[in-house]
Design a protein. Sequence first.
Length: 306
Amino acid sequence: MNNIQCQSVYRGRFAPSPTGPLHFGSMVAAVGSYLDAKSQGGQWLLRMEDLDPPRVVAGAADNILRTLEAFGLGWDGETMWQSRRGKAYQAALDELRRQSLVYPCNCSRREISDSSLGSPSGLVYPGLCRHGLRGGRNEHALRVLTHDEPVIFVDRLQGEISQHIEREVGDFVLRRADDLVAYQLAVVVDDGEQQITDVVRGADILDSTPRQIYLQQLLGLPLPNYLHLPVALNEAGEKLSKQTLAAPVDANRPVETLMQVLLFLGQHPPPDLAIEGVERMLTWAVTHWDVNNIQRCRMLEKQGGG
Ligand code: GLU
């Protein structure tokens, strides 16, 4: 028997949306994914998720790149820009169409909410257009057919996750009525193209992961390992985000934020590590990175100001 083992090299990534500057919550994902990759001798790739032009803020992508540099978070290879990947997304849609798994849908939000039962993941699409478009509007989204077998995976931190996509989400959108490709499809095509072996990101996306695994299965793409980090909450218990007016991280004072991120991730940096500067802090953090120290929860309040 051939005993040669195919050792896959770890390839992680950080995939910010350039809708504004990085805040503490986004730095948790950036630093967590970086440390997990580097502690395993892996590569850490960068992808700008600038897929949705109305949400993209001018200058935000540059600002993100500069902030990552200020924190010493050097990425490997060229940055991937989703806005330049239209052909790849179209090819994936064509492949799913070829399998007769895609159908057009011209339901309005109102029609969906009126006929949906809803679930913890939000409104469930009840399949109104499954058997053909209904009268009225011409513009239509494209949805993928789902089924009621559960998608099950084991998250490295959150444990076993199971979702009945059809019952809990419904047939989901791959291309919106305004022709924009949906995040769920783009992320899967891009993780495939970048040969990502390990996805480390915030637990706010945990609910989407079964949809992404489902698409990976349909498209014959390899399934990465997943690790969903706790999402940082402010003192009011809200997720740090642009909407909750989270402060941008200060690229001129990376040491303090990096220290807070390491503590948030349950790591135990010695207090005098901060004197050493970001480069040395990161080196320490790579060497001592321990996923077992991260709190196993989906949300966690950020301690301290800022
Ligand atoms: N672009 C998404 C965000 O900034 C992250 C997507 C992902 O990591 O899969 O929240």
